[in-house]
Design a protein around this ligand. Structure first.
Ligand code: SDX
Length: 431
């Protein structure tokens, strides 16, 4: 970060001027440093939804929304997704560089050794209704992990932070798979140390004790790539939630549970489930226009799920890779999913429609992911859970970065107060 220029603002009520430092990063928009703004002006800045606010300095992920660029530690997602394993990208996000073979093997082994969860987790699950949404289960169980490692989580110890990070990356897939199995009333399947990350997740979700289960390599490779596409994405809502929660020094397992809660929302990671429900509701390509009409109607709260993005005002680069993966998986499995035809027609019409063009609304990462998950036999209710499995790595990397940031303080925004000014209290008997 370099600091040499300023912006000057003038308060036209008093004529007072304020010089605010401009901070430059390595690429992308510079920032105006307003840390002293309230002390100097007596005013707060106002930015609900943080459309123009940088909350932190980060070196993990860079997004150029206008160009549709996504870099993880400088590597384009187009290079990482087809050429890496998910755990290679996890290592990159956590450590800043891609691992060599020895580093990768050590990291993969470390994660593999943490995939089992305490047997008490069985009792956690039994407390939920069988028809609980898997994200409710994941939120509760991941947060509950905080109760198992409190004596080994001295956050001032980098080694403890690293082990907590490995535990989270390793155990969230197990918890996601167990949430699914529990909802099906099937026996929980334990992780297998001879399987790689994505293959093991598929095994835990779809194997049963009565017979051997052979992981389909096409599905394992596709899932591994999809996990890469969902691993991290700058300061999105759930990552910002993890950072804000972590800024108070909260237990890392509780911080990730907070991230899961935020991701669940249909405006965020819950959109992949909402896309599938939307496509099923549309049913056939000839009914797409009706859906687009509703999405444009200001009086209708309906939005085209899987479309639009706070940052991307161009095609989400992940959506392009996801669409390609979608076609590859359906072709290799010889599946003809009519919802893919609906999705493609919806995309074609929306991208030609002035309402979407004018607002720069393009398909985002969630638009095609559900169709691929469906082809893998993953139920709609588990789509966001898959997103949470992947994003746990990004959340953990961002949490670690926050922890060692010298500028980091507890997050405590202010407000524009528009409530009543002080007034006389009237006792109940006199009201
Ligand atoms: C993810 O932040 C991240 O990086 C998130 C994510 C990640 O990897 O972490 O990329 C993952 O969350 C992807 C987004 C998934 N959500 C959806 O697909 C839900 C549908 N999309 C919208 O809800 C919306 O586009 C958001 C929430 C994604 C972005 O909302 P913004 O940035 O607050 O945009 P906005 O609401 O200000 O919309 C601008 C205009 C509005 O119209 P006007 O008031 O200007 O007339 O565009 C319209 C909106 O009504 N609009 C849509 C729309 N998205 C925006 N209209 C119809 N359908 C949509 N999907």
């Amino acid at each position: 970060m370099t600091k040499n220029n300023t912006v000057t603002i003038t308060d036209n009520r008093t004529g007072a001027t304020y010089d605010l430092p401009i901070l430059d990063g390595t690429v992308g928009p510079s920032v105006v440093d307003i840390r002293k703004f309230y002390a100097e002006t007596g005013m707060f800045t106002y930015d609900p939804g943080y459309t123009s606010t940088g909350s932190c300095e980060s070196a993990i992920t860079y997004i150029d929304g206008d160009q549709g660029i996504l870099l993880h530690r400088g590597y384009p997602i187009q290079d990482l997704a087809p050429n890496c394993r998910f755990l290679e990208v996890a290592y990159l996000l956590l450590n800043g560089d891609l691992p060599n073979k020895a580093e990768f093997d050590t990291f993969e082994q470390a994660i593999t050794m943490h995939t089992m969860v305490n047997e008490q987790i069985h009792k956690f699950l039994e407390g939920f209704r069988r028809d609980s949404h898997p994200m409710a289960v994941m939120c509760g169980v991941v947060g509950g992990l905080a109760g198992f490692y409190h004596d080994q989580t001295d956050l001032s110890d980098p080694h403890h932070r690293m082990i907590a990070s490995h535990r989270l990356i390793a155990k969230v897939p197990t918890i996601a798979a167990w949430a699914y199995k529990y909802s099906m009333g099937q026996p929980l399947m334990y992780p297998r140390n001879n399987l790689r990350y994505a293959a093991d997740l598929l095994q835990m979700m779809f194997a049963v004790p009565c017979e051997d289960y052979v992981v389909n390599p096409v599905l394992a490779r596709a899932l591994d790539r999809i996990l890469i596409l969902h691993a991290d994405h700058e300061q999105n809502a759930s990552t910002s939630t993890v950072r804000l929660t972590g800024s108070s020094g909260a237990n890392p397992f509780a911080c990730i549970a907070a991230g899961i809660a935020s991701l669940w929302g249909p405006a965020h990671g819950g959109a992949n489930e909402a896309v599938l429900n939307m496509l099923e509701e549309i049913g056939t390509p000839d009914r797409v226009n009706e859906c687009v009409k509703r999405a444009k109607d200001k009086d209708d709260p309906f939005r085209l799920m899987g479309f639009g993005h706070r940052v991307y005002k161009n095609y989400d680069p992940r959506a392009k890779i996801m669409a390609q993966t979608c076609h590859e998986v359906l072709e290799e499995l010889d599946i003809k999913d009519p919802l893919l035809d609906v999705a493609m027609e919806l995309e074609r019409i929306a991208l030609e429609d002035e309402y979407f063009v004018e607002r720069q609304l393009y398909p985002n990462v969630d638009f095609y992911s559900g169709i691929v998950f469906r082809a893998m036999g993953i139920p709609t209710s588990m789509f966001t859970g898959m997103f949470a499995v992947a994003r746990t790595t990004g959340w953990v990397a961002q949490w670690n970065e926050m922890f060692v940031d010298p500028a980091q303080k507890i997050g405590r925004p202010r407000q524009l107060y528009t409530g009543p000014t002080q007034r006389q209290f009237v006792p109940l008997d006199d009201r």
